[in-house]
Design a protein around this ligand. Structure first.
Ligand code: ADP
Ligand code: MG
Ligand code: MG
Length: 931
């Protein structure tokens, strides 16, 4: 426990600092830091996250000491601000703000203008001579307080559309309509006074209680409500998605109010020190005159850009802060530079101007798109603000996904019908069916549909729908609106402020220009340019190599990376794509996919139906030319890079299962085997537990001709290329090995064929024979197996299946409960279980290398492209990871981060494994080819 539960900041001094995020939350820690940096911050204090935990363990009671500490801190605030909380003559108002360790934008609650009561209102009016402002603040207080403290925190669950806030919003809309106002700012003091009275009546009617007319009661109500909001529905849902632990708790910040709503010389705004969407080094923000707090973010009025440089087509006519108040803009720009220099990162800031005086209300490291993350990291490193290593650590590997996102085909875009234009808040191209509510998005997506969620503006209640949507489109709001922030955080395609949309949620349709778009209609979005198109515009694969910042950061990453990255690919096209993405070899070529071609499947089926070896051999050999061509293409595409080919793996039943009677009749005609016999054979092949049945090396052992044919196809393709002077390095991989004897059996067959082919073709080529490690027994006996196997490739899908005893195909039945009840931290088929299955990997590497020190080890399961798993592979000494082509850049990057986090001495004892591995590889290949 910390010594105290309240930390003061103000007047250029602060008890806390930036490093105390755990205790003070991100907002509190950074308010303290800014204060110490001499940046103007309204005085206030932070109640620690420990008090939140205490609040929950004491079932909603706060420790007594807190009252004293708050009173003392409040006295300090009063002194700095020269006002008194609850004082009738010179009242201090405060905001009560939430603030967790990690920012959870809009998920928790904040109440502004706390301290306005019938006792303090007259004093504030007299002092400010601005009755309109006072009542504007008062109606805001009632609305926020009723919503946050009296409804949400109290656990009141109003019926749909009956929430207290919504009713107040309706009342305000009604008044505006009756008076013929377009804008909130047109409401007069008398209007607002009447509105405040009406709001209080709504509170009484809706919630059965009076709105509290006592400053202390408001303050403590607010504090408890913030703690309570940590366990609000939205906050919990957000934590699930972002994997934020439930026990962190939130801090509470109580801060003197500064007012952006006193009139034309006041304003409020939010900004990023650089463009959060593109990364461009330009101050980027939005502001609103005569407004308070959330007005900018909520999208109630369309905000203006803060400077000329960032005006777009839509905002060209709006007055920027730079033009309206050059002096304040200059001061703000100075703070921007100061913050970037101090934090060495792009910051997201909130500010308010009260009667021409600038105040900073928040700063935090800003969320950004993947595109922006890459550009900022590179530019900051080049400007020597950060090191190259830091630049690499700044980009989360998964953020690169965005640069690998498909884009709308520019040619097709030119002829497509543009429906509307908005602000480009999240990049990439996206095509989907329109839905108008978050619930519909969730429902449609649940049925496997691709949806685009279209809203007037989004609110934290919409996050579940936003998460499953392909893209998000809003009619209102700016680049800092809720929709933009959330989409950016997730790397989602998003367009906001698309004013041309006329959305009718009740009718589930919108009109854009003259076009009616109904629920389920297709639209396409170019999130990088903010364009919305009718219909389905074709998409093109990404070309990250055209992005100079991507190229630079990947080059830096490759220079520090210590393991290799290969790809899982079965076709030359996939292989070529992967090489473009930086793949250094093929770690897994699955051969079974090659048999489903209509010209081939017949031979496959013939083989399966064959009654004796001779017939089987004949059918198998008919497949040889096809396979040889496949491998020839693949080797050629890889041009000397290692290619690991896995021999036939799935149970034979998969090739004849699900045939209709008509198909069986046809098969009978083709193979001249009777229908009865075919049916009998299919029945015979049926297994109760095929995943543990006759598959993998068990096939090659029962039917050696399958292994022989595949080996021959591989080696004949190799021989052909050697003759054509193309380099090849085949690695033949036997699946599902559990014992050394199995490996001996198959390796002998494969090596015999290799010798034969080399003799027949009169050429020499290097090759390797190895195994997958995917059965726990193989991991346990890896030292024995390594006597025969020249390489190991961890098939972590099966290893996870057999290690956990979870059927890969049936895990869906219970996994959701396991994740929900935290029996498992995550899906072990997605993220490698380092604690358990990881031990099998580490052990097999160690035991294998005890027999064969230069044993090459890699991974070819799905985990090979998952950043945390890649880092694990680096740490346990694998030579490479292999993943699907589109994950290759992510794996390269994760491997680089792993090398920076835990640089390793490789198995050969050299500092940089990559080079050493290459040498070891060459040596092993040479040795193997001599056999
Ligand atoms: P969030 O975490 O959702 O951003 P905040 O606590 O930052 O919530 O508050 C919401 C809004 O109220 C912000 O725009 C912020 O700038 C404004 N605000 C908070 N405290 C004050 C204050 N003391 N004076 C003026 N505006 C404030
Ligand atoms: Mg904020
Ligand atoms: Mg397997």
């Amino acid at each position: 426990m910390a010594k105290r539960s309240v930390y003061f900041f103000g007047g250029g001094k602060a008890d806390g600092n930036e490093s105390m995020k755990e205790l003070l939350g991100g907002k509190g820690a950074n308010l303290a830091e800014m204060c110490s940096l001499g940046i103007p911050v309204p005085a206030g204090f932070t109640i620690t996250t420990e008090m939140c935990t205490a609040y929950y363990t004491n079932k909603g009671k706060l420790p007594k000491v807190l009252e004293d500490e708050v009173a003392k801190a409040m006295a300090k605030v009063e002194k700095v601000m020269n006002k008194k909380f609850g004082d009738p003559k010179n009242p201090l108002l405060v905001s009560v703000r939430s603030g967790a360790r990690r920012s959870m934008p809009g998920m928790m609650d904040t109440v502004l203008n706390v301290g306005l009561t019938s006792a303090t209102i007259p004093g504030l009016v007299a002092k400010t001579k601005n009755e309109r402002f006072v009542y504007d603040s008062y109606r805001r207080l009632i609305m926020m307080y009723a919503d946050v403290v009296m409804e949400k925190a109290a656990g009141v669950e109003p019926a749909e559309g009956k929430g207290v806030r919504l009713q107040m919003e309706h009342a305000m809309e009604a008044m505006k309509k009756a008076k013929g106002y377009a804008d909130d700012t047109q409401l007069t003091a008398d209007d607002l006074k009447a509105l405040a009275d009406e709001f209080k009546k709504i509170v009484k009617k809706c919630l059965g209680k009076e709105f509290p007319d006592n400053a202390q009661a408001q303050l403590w109500g607010g504090i408890k409500a913030v703690f309570q909001s940590w366990n609000g529905k939205r906050a919990i849902a957000y934590r699930r998605i972002e994997r934020i632990p439930d026990d962190w708790g939130t801090a509470v910040n109580v801060q003197a109010m500064v007012f952006g709503n006193t009139g034309e010389t006041s304003a409020t705004g939010v900004a990023f020190t650089r463009n959060a969407a593109t990364g461009e080094n330009l101050f980027y923000g939005e502001w609103l005159v005569n407004a308070q707090g959330e007005d900018v973010v909520a999208g109630i009025r369309t905000p203006s850009p803060i400077n000329k440089a960032t005006k777009g087509e839509q905002s060209a006519h709006l007055l920027s802060l730079e033009e309206a108040s050059p002096k304040i803009y200059k001061q703000l720009d100075g703070i921007r530079l100061k913050l970037e220099k101090h934090y060495k990162d792009m910051m997201d800031i909130e500010f308010t101007i009260e009667e021409g005086v600038l105040w900073m209300l928040q700063c935090r490291v800003g969320k950004r798109t993947g595109m922006a993350a890459v550009r900022m990291a590179v530019e900051m490193a080049e400007a020597k603000l950060i090191s190259k290593d830091t630049a690499i650590m700044r980009v989360a590997p998964i953020q690169l996904t965005e640069l690998l996102l498909p884009m709308l085909d520019p040619k097709a875009e030119k002829v497509a019908k543009v429906l509307a234009k908005g602000l480009p808040a999240g990049p990439g191209g996206s095509v989907g069916q329109v839905v108008f509510t978050a619930d519909d998005a969730a429902e449609w997506a649940g049925k496997g549909k691709k949806v685009i969620l279209v809203r007037n503006e989004t609110s934290p209640e919409d996050v579940h729908g936003m998460h499953v949507a392909e893209a998000i489109l809003t009619a209102k709001g700016g680049m800092t609106s809720h929709a933009a922030l959330v989409a950016r955080g997730w790397g989602k395609c998003c367009i906001v402020g698309c004013g041309a949309l006329n959305i009718e949620v009740a009718k589930k349709q919108m009109t854009v220009g003259g076009t009616v778009v109904k629920e389920g209609d297709w639209i396409s979005m170019n999130g990088s340019q903010g364009k919305v198109f009718a219909g389905q515009v074709p998409v093109l694969p990404a070309q990250p190599e055209l992005n100079p910042f991507y190229k630079k950061i990947m080059a830096w990453a490759d220079a520090v990376r210590q393991i290799n990255v290969r790809t899982n690919a079965d076709s030359p096209a996939d292989a070529e794509q992967a090489v473009k993405f930086g793949a250094e070899g093929i770690g897994l070529c699955r051969t079974e996919h090659m048999f489903f071609d209509p010209k081939r499947i017949i031979h496959m089926r013939e083989m399966i139906l064959a009654e004796d070896e001779a017939a089987r051999r004949k059918a198998v050999m008919a497949l040889l030319p096809f396979q040889r061509d496949d491998f020839y293409g693949l080797f050629k595409a890889m041009n000397g890079r290692p290619v690991t080919i896995r021999l036939l793996d799935p149970p034979l039943h998969e090739f004849v299962g699900g045939l209709t009677d008509a198909q069986i009749a046809e098969l009978s005609k083709q193979t001249k085997i009777s229908v009865d016999k075919i049916n009998a054979r299919i029945k015979q092949l049926h297994e109760l537990n095929p995943m543990l049945g006759h598959r993998g090396c068990r096939l090659g052992i029962a039917y050696p001709e399958i292994t022989e044919m595949q080996a021959r196809a591989i080696f004949e393709a190799a021989a052909k290329l050697v003759k054509e002077k193309v380099k090849v390095s085949p690695e033949v991989m036997v699946p599902l090995i559990g014992t050394k004897a199995e490996m001996d059996n198959q390796a002998a067959l494969i090596r015999a064929v290799a010798e034969e082919v080399q003799k027949e073709q009169k050429v020499k080529f290097a090759y390797m024979v190895g195994t997958m490690i995917e059965i726990p027994r193989a991991a346990l006996t890896a030292d024995k197996i390594a006597a025969t196997a020249e390489f190991f490739s961890f098939g972590t899908n099966d290893l996870t299946q057999m290690g956990f005893g979870y059927s890969r195909d049936d895990v869906g039945g219970f996994l959701p409960y396991y994740l929900d009840k935290k029996i498992l931290p995550e899906d072990p088929f997605e993220v490698l279980d380092q604690e358990g299955i990881g031990q099998l990997v580490a052990m097999a590497v160690e035991r294998g290398r005890s027999t064969r020190p230069d044993l090459k080890c890699g991974i070819c399961g799905e985990h090979g492209g998952e950043p945390a798993s890649v880092k694990f592979c680096h740490r346990v000494g694998l030579n490479y990871v292999s993943c699907s082509p589109f994950r290759v850049p992510i794996a390269r990057f994760a491997a680089a981060q792993a090398a920076l986090e835990t640089p390793r001495k490789c198995c050969t004892g050299k500092k940089c494994c990559k080079k050493a591995d290459k040498k070891a590889e060459k040596k092993a290949v040479k040795k193997a080819s001599k056999k």
